[in-house]
Write a protein that binds this ligand. Sequence first.
Ligand code: PNS
Length: 169
Amino acid sequence: MARDSVAIYPGSFDPITNGHIDLVKRTLRVFETVIIAIATNPEKDRSLFTVDERLEMVREVFRGTKGRVEADSFQGLLVDYAESKAATVIIRGLRAVSDFEYEFQMAMMNHRLKPKLETFFMMTGESEFYISSRLVKEVVSLGGDVSGLVPANVLEKLATKFQRQKKNV
Ligand code: PNS
């Protein structure tokens, strides 16, 4: 493992899934610290969970990792945030070929903005490759069961959130 190395794992994490968790665990084999960085954009935000709710869920999941996994949020450019954290690497997961074009564009743009910052792609685990936060939310909103796809704390928060939304309709 590279000592004192910091990797940033950015995303929406709305909510964190078992696919994200698998990726973080595998990243910890290579990097000392992983910062899960939730991107926020108040003007465009259509997230189900607030940033604070998402941070809390992530922190609960990684409570036992002796501080090697941090959760944070940021506004503005990812490359600026990464620099402020002295991170040398951005981690992104690749599930299928369909992810590639978007990820490639982002990696190239980030590289142009900060050439010293590298993007490392990790293949999502074989049992998680079809999981996405978007699909998880859709399935739960329609009454489907997503246990095994998200951690227990997230499963609970999803149930509460959609029950509340139903009552408000
Ligand atoms: O989970 P997502 O939605 O795929 O994550 C996308 C994210 C947050 C990594 C990307 O939108 C991002 O980096 N946003 C921060 C703003 C920024 O730096 N934009 C330029 C990216 S090239």
